[in-house]
Design a protein around this ligand. Sequence first.
Ligand SMILES: C[S@@+](CC[C@H](N)C(=O)[O-])C[C@H]1O[C@@H](n2cnc3c(N)ncnc32)[C@H](O)[C@@H]1O
Length: 379
Amino acid sequence: MQMSQALVDLAPLVPAGTRMVIVHGVATSTRQRLASLLPEATVHDLTDLADLADTAGTSGRAGAEPPVGADVAAGAGPVHGAGPVRGAEATAGAGLAAGADLAVMEVASHVGQARIAAELLKLAYHLREGAVLLVVTARRLGSARQLNTLEGMFGAAEVAQRSGSAVVLRAVRGPEVRATADATAAAPTVEAHLLGYDLRFTTGAGLFSKSRIDDGTRLLIEALPPDHNWLDVLDLGCGYGPIGVAVASRWPQVRVAMADIDPAAVSAARTNAGLNGVGERCQAHLSDGTSALADRRFDAVLSHLPTHVPKSTLARLIDESANVLRPGGELIAVTASAVDLRDRIASTFGAVEVLAESQAGTTPPYRVVHAVKTEQPRR
Ligand SMILES: C[S@@+](CC[C@H](N)C(=O)[O-])C[C@H]1O[C@@H](n2cnc3c(N)ncnc32)[C@H](O)[C@@H]1O
């Protein structure tokens, strides 16, 4: 967190007797302060927790009813307005859901109120009645709007602390939580026919191509070889998971790892694997490049590469792809044609070929490229 969070004193805001904490987007320093204030407590990261679609039984877990309204946050169904999130009895046995005593979220940059609201709703889902939610933010990041959102969700909220530029908002979870309009707006659903399957994706504010499957993504999916011997596939920069989920749906022998640096993307990808019935074989990881998967090996790395990143990052993603591929493994990547990575890929893999290009008139035009790891990568 870049703002002067060191000024925030969490000690008076942390309820006595807190045993279970859930955090989202918090800096390491905040996590360390929580750990020293609450040495007995367990701390979970929202990104690592089962998503709401999982608790609705889509990943095979039985006995947990989806909380009304919470499915809005996860986009697990049609948006149906505000509803109460039911209490612990409705979600008992569904992982951490409705079990935490305290949630702490840091809003570090302008990510958009819709996304913040959707994430708050997810946090609320994991809180027991009477639990405390703290949002550490700053005035310049729209703390007043966030306070409004909290009031809409929890009935009441307050500014609990101001310190320098930092503001801490506090709300207590009552018997119900209401999904506010901004939270529901954050979770559009995309339906798409990919590789012969009708698939449904919950997306979210701030995610890449949140309203439709991107043309480049579709071009890559349609360019995949129909016959292959892949068992382990990495979807690098998975976003909300269209590539990984489509591959896992089409080829039931394939295990897919989806990786993204954005916690919201990872959360959505995980939800979408469950929604489409491939959650067992298609897992999402929070990872900068392949950092969280460096010990795994894959038969194919599929990637709609990010382009709004430094060239050095793209180069690293290409090299890391080569490193996690087995000999004979394939990299299939798409970028806007203007971002021509062929030379860079060839310098790592030895050769590169074009698998597909957008039809004339597509804006922006895309190019799908293919490279095979024939030997140890050159870099
Ligand atoms: C062009 S989007 C593609 C998203 C998704 N695969 C799709 O096709 O809709 C690129 C994705 O890469 C992710 N990304 C950017 N930098 C990354 C990095 N260093 N490591 C992993 N993912 C990254 C972004 O968060 C974004 O979700």
